[in-house]
Design a binder for this molecule. Structure first.
Ligand code: FES
Ligand SMILES: [Fe+2]
Length: 363
């Protein structure tokens, strides 16, 4: 085993946590780009970004980690595509801002593409042999939609349908069509810590009584639950008596439980937090080995419920998490810390994440 790979015992009772170097070694972070981030599904945005035919939306996938220039389009057949935003001639960026277009036209030498990425035309290429070929089309990037949310993967190690099947089964009855993006409520937080430390912290409710006094007032710590899926962890925050919870229909598998929050984490960087008021999408963007951007993107279906229960005061909860995660980053640099152990009751989500990291780093 090289210093860039590591083992996490599948038995949580005997397992040790991630080696500290995983959170601080720049070379390990560099390897994670191809081994983890390029092979997994990443949040790309919501469907309103390309709401109508002819709309185009360029974006950079995971700036700092992948820096991949991509483009969302909705073509004349009303189909949404994710394309490479790099011109197949000499590689400049094709679209430089969001807008509307019938075709994509590269401003460097005028190559044109259809909105589904297919090569359309190119000036001055009459003498070029075997041209055009499929290599002159803009590459299509695998795109998946779960409800209003779009995810993309450069070279997916697993199918999108398998990834989101547990989401569809568990919360498919909720009114996602009614969601309104709260652009003014969107926040970016810069965290001076490795991205995986932020995920570790997200994946356990263990720290809630110690770190989040306001959240602890609304959640029943004893009932907090964790469920593992192949590339996902679901945590259920259960409301204390009298605190807001979902009204779940008879026949739903959580009917009779006071679910205050469904916390879905999709390996590696996407979180869908579902509350009675709507969905808070959290996107974790690894910027450097010890710097991470976390975006909170709210979508609302019932604004009257916004200020109560587990889904209220998210900014405060985030700052409390940020402070504790930054302290862990300072700790894992210590010469005197190597790795720890897990609580089988409280940390199965963290253990599952570490096993996925180990699996993907082995390649
Ligand atoms: S780089 Fe796009 S046409 Fe030349
Ligand atoms: Fe927290």
């Amino acid at each position: 085993m090289s210093r860039y790979t590591f083992e996490i015992d599948p038995d949580i009772r005997v397992a040790e946590t991630l080696p500290a170097r995983v959170y601080s070694d720049p070379e390990l972070f560099r390897l994670q780009r191809e081994r983890i981030f390029a092979r997994t599904w990443q949040y790309a945005g919501h469907d309103d970004l390309v709401k109508v035919a002819g709309q185009v939306h360029p974006f950079t996938l995971l700036p700092g980690a992948l820096d991949e220039p991509l483009l969302l389009t909705r073509d004349g057949k009303d189909e949404v595509h994710c394309l490479s935003n790099v011109c197949t001639h000499r590689g400049t960026l094709v679209a430089d801002g969001p807008g509307f277009a019938q075709q994509l036209r590269c401003r460097y030498h005028g190559r044109r593409f259809a909105l589904d990425g297919r090569f359309h035309s190119m000036p001055e290429f009459e003498g070029t042999a075997n041209f055009p070929s499929p290599k002159d089309d803009l590459p299509q990037v695998p795109l998946g939609a779960w409800e209003r949310f779009l995810l993309v993967a450069l070279a997916p190690a697993h199918p999108f349908a398998e990834l989101v099947a547990p989401l569809r089964a568990r919360v498919g009855h909720l009114p996602f069509r009614e969601l309104v993006h709260d652009a003014a409520g969107t926040r970016d937080y810069l965290v001076n810590a490795n991205w995986a430390l932020y995920i570790d912290n997200y994946l356990e409710g263990f720290h809630i009584p110690y770190v989040h006094s306001s959240l602890a007032d609304t959640l029943d710590y004893g009932e907090y639950a964790v469920e593992l899926e192949r590339h996902m962890v679901l945590q259920l925050g259960i409301a204390k008596p009298g605190e807001p919870a979902f009204a779940l229909p008879p026949g739903h598998r959580d009917h009779g439980r006071a679910v205050a929050a469904y916390y879905f984490w999709l390996f590696p960087t996407t979180m869908f937090n579902l509350y009675p008021w709507g969905v808070s999408v959290n996107v974790v963007t690894p910027l450097a080995v010890d710097r991470t951007k976390v975006s909170f993107i709210p979508f609302v279906w019932d604004d009257t419920k916004r200020d109560h229960g587990a889904g209220a005061g998210l900014d405060r909860v985030e700052r409390e998490d940020e402070a504790v995660v930054e302290a862990v980053q300072r700790g894992v640099r210590s010469r005197l810390y190597e790795r720890g152990r897990y609580s089988p009751k409280r940390e199965p989500g963290v253990h599952h994440f570490h096993r996925l990291l180990a699996e993907f780093m082995r390649g």
